[in-house]
Design a protein around this ligand. Structure first.
Ligand code: HEM
Length: 212
């Protein structure tokens, strides 16, 4: 995957435990260096090894790390100059998800070797939609669920997600039924998504700080 992904993971770890924790994790993962060039492509194995090492160091399961990373990715990319893209993705969560494949495709202009997932969003009416997720990579459903949680923060909605088709059970893709509801306190107009991303604080970091 592109170095941007590994740098996003690095950013999350440093927010949780500082530079020293990241060096410990990068060393345990045996990736050979402690930072990555965002536009360079690294073997997927590097990312999986970093997730494994972060899981051991943080006492979280790999799924929990991937989930936290997915959630963090929204704010991280907004901060790294991709915020303007978020503003063009639509006023609702299903609209955003419906535009996601086109967005990843647009990114191939600057990242020609990008191998993005394929995500299909079918609105079902009544604030629910069906989401199909196809990836050539295994095991990234928790990251997708974290991404959805990050987007829910962005759009001021709460989510209820039920997996209806699973690669882990032999299917060729994963599928979800998602219900979303506006967060009750959100009375004013929805903020521009990128602005919301810039002001948001990762919940994991909040918890880590509160506990520490
Ligand atoms: C502007 C924001 C975004 C950027 C710059 C971006 C870019 C990327 C990059 C560089 C990768 C690694 C793939 C590779 O290097 O071959 C990736 C993977 C991925 N992206 Fe995005 N992405 C963005 C937003 C999103 C959002 C909002 C979602 C929400 C569903 C998403 C879903 C995924 C998933 C699930 C993967 C994992 C790869 C896989 O499933 O095979 N991305 N993205």
């Amino acid at each position: 995957m592109h170095g941007l992904v590994n740098q996003g993971l690095r950013d999350l770890v440093i927010e949780i435990g500082g530079e020293a924790l990241w060096v410990e994790i990068a060393t345990a993962a045996d990736v050979g260096h402690e930072s990555f060039l965002c536009m360079d492509v690294y073997p997927d194995d590097v990312t999986y090894r970093l997730v494994g090492a972060a899981s051991a160091a943080l006492g979280m399961s790999p799924s929990e790390v991937l989930h936290a990373f997915g959630r963090h990715w929204i704010m991280y990319t907004a901060r790294r100059g991709y915020g303007a893209i978020f503003d063009t993705m639509g006023r609702t969560l299903p609209e955003f998800l419906g535009n996601l494949d086109a967005m990843h495709t647009r990114l191939t202009l600057s990242m020609p070797k990008l191998r993005p997932p394929s995500i299909l969003c079918e609105p079902l009416g009544g604030e629910q939609f069906r989401l199909e997720y196809r990836s050539e990579r295994p095991g990234l459903v928790p990251m997708l669920l974290g991404l959805l949680d990050g987007l829910a923060d962005l759009y001021d909605v709460t989510l209820s997600v039920t997996q209806t088709v699973a690669r882990a059970e032999g299917a060729d893709h994963d599928e979800f039924l998602v219900r979303y509801r506006p967060v009750p306190s959100g009375t004013g107009p929805a903020p521009e998504p990128a602005a919301a991303a810039r002001r948001a604080t990762p919940s994991l970091v909040t918890e880590a700080t509160a506990d520490g």
